[in-house]
Design a protein around this ligand. Structure first.
Ligand code: 2IT
Length: 445
């Protein structure tokens, strides 16, 4: 494989899709050595097939707002790879959504899902619809309009969407209701459902919890634990909430959260009350920093800046792609940061990743660290298929085991001659090898 040739062909075919090209480039860099040891992959043009989605569905989503005006959004589902199971991955509703974003997310999802060991292919979807500032009734009408088209292409053994940014339990409920009405089929077609109709305990917490279980394992390789560590978290949504909750339970001190308007520095650390308040902030659909600072005197709102300038032991990006850049990486290192666990998808820019790897920093990428979310979705699918539900303890135990397994796979494929664990390489190779073998077994399809 010649990476430059693959990339220039891809660039010519998909000009301007920069997040997608970024995600592909990172994986190709990691796998090139092992790929070149398998001439049968090259002969089967495996890479050329892997980098193109099996199918992309794009549709218009017309809906009527509270003023009676007709609105038109775009809806997408990228069915990227089904070599190891039905397409699986979230739906993102955010003004920034476009094909490049969903293709990068879908591509990452293939390897992440492979790492979980559960039978799930990779997919992603969403819309440029922004739930921010919309009424509950508008959100319901939008979700119904979105599913009125999507229902033809999904199903419990075909493609199982879930939440992502802008899609939580409320949206999943409206999407599920419309799917059931149209198909007369009550099935596990979506995950992230509420408990009463087939959801799994621990799914809301799972991305953050799994992230912290993984970070615990990373720290242990250097003889450290979470107790007493200062943690900088970005974001304020479901992922940041779960991460803050588990970090605090494990004895660490979470000193920042952030929103689009800046970040909160709370030197006293988040406690149960503050963590519960994060849920209210998220549900409000407003900016979060000023209300938090007003609610908890002693905390500081630092407008227009990112939390990576704060002196911390551990940094956990929990917001969105490319939220931590090369300069942020240098600042973290200069401030003595020990460990960066990416809980957002592709939270670090390529420059930031290079900086961490050159510095032999404890750094692990989203597709390993945040895989607990989709893994627990996989456990929700299992429970739905068996028509039963597991206790919180049972789900949490399985999640813990899965995260441990992912960490082991990263060591197996990522440990370098000097003992440094390159988690980027480890996660990419482990995920890729499983998918590659499945694709080889299934022929040219
Ligand atoms: O990025 C992700 O892994 C998710 N948004 C969760 C996907 C899922 O199917 O639970």
């Amino acid at each position: 494989m010649k990476i430059d040739e693959v990339m220039s062909r891809l660039q010519a075919r998909h000009p301007g899709e920069k997040e997608y090209l970024q995600a592909v480039h990172e994986v190709l860099m990691s796998i090139q050595d092992i790929y070149n040891q398998h001439p049968e992959f090259e002969k089967a043009h495996l890479i050329e097939r892997l980098v193109e989605p099996e199918r992309i569905i794009i549709f218009r989503v017309p809906w009527v707002d509270d003023q009676g005006q007709v609105q038109v959004n775009l809806g997408y589902r990228v069915q990227f790879n089904s070599a190891i199971g039905p397409y699986k991955g979230g739906l993102r509703f955010h003004a920034s959504v476009n094909l490049s974003i969903l293709k990068f997310l879908g591509f990452e999802q293939i390897f992440k899902n492979a790492l979980t060991t559960l039978p799930m292919g990779g997919g992603k979807g969403g819309s440029d619809f922004s739930p921010r500032g919309k009424s509950d009734a508008e959100i319901m009408r939008f979700c119904q309009a979105f599913m009125s088209e999507l229902f033809r292409y999904v199903g419990p053994e075909v493609d199982v969407p879930a939440g992502d940014i802008g899609v939580g339990a409320r949206e999943i409920g409206y999407l599920f209701g419309q799917y059931k009405k149209l198909t007369r089929d009550f099935s596990g077609v979506l995950t992230g459902k509420s408990l009463e109709y087939g959801g799994s305990l621990i799914r809301p917490e799972a991305t953050g919890y799994g992230g912290l279980y993984f970070v615990q394992e990373m720290l242990a390789t250097h003889g450290h634990s979470l107790a007493g560590k200062r943690i900088a978290i970005s974001g304020f949504g479901n992922v940041a909430w779960g991460a803050a909750k588990k970090a605090t339970q494990l004895g660490a001190k979470v000193i920042t959260i952030s929103g689009p308007d800046g970040y909160i520095l709370d030197e006293a650390g988040l406690d149960d009350q503050k963590i519960d308040y994060m849920l209210e902030l998220r549900a409000s659909g407003n900016d979060i920093c000023q209300p938090y600072a007003d609610q908890f005197p002693g905390s500081q709102f630092i407008p227009g800046r990112k939390p990576w300038e704060v002196k911390c032991d551990i940094a956990l990006p929990c917001a969105t792609q490319n939220e931590l850049d090369g300069q942020d990486a240098k600042t973290l290192i200069a401030n003595g940061c020990l460990c960066v666990g990416e809980i957002s998808n592709m939270g670090c820019t390529p420059e930031a990743i290079d900086t961490f790897l050159q510095d032999k920093m404890l750094y692990a990428p989203g597709k390993a660290v945040n895989a607990g979310g989709v893994a627990t979705s996989g456990l929700e699918m299992s429970q739905n298929a068996m028509h039963l539900s597991w206790s919180a303890d049972e789900v949490d135990k399985r999640l813990h085991q899965i995260m441990h397994g992912i960490h082991q796979q990263c060591i197996r494929y990522g440990k370098e001659a000097d003992g440094y664990i390159n988690y980027v390489k480890g996660a990419n190779i482990a995920g890729f090898m499983k998918v590659a073998r499945a694709m080889m077994a299934q022929g040219v399809v």
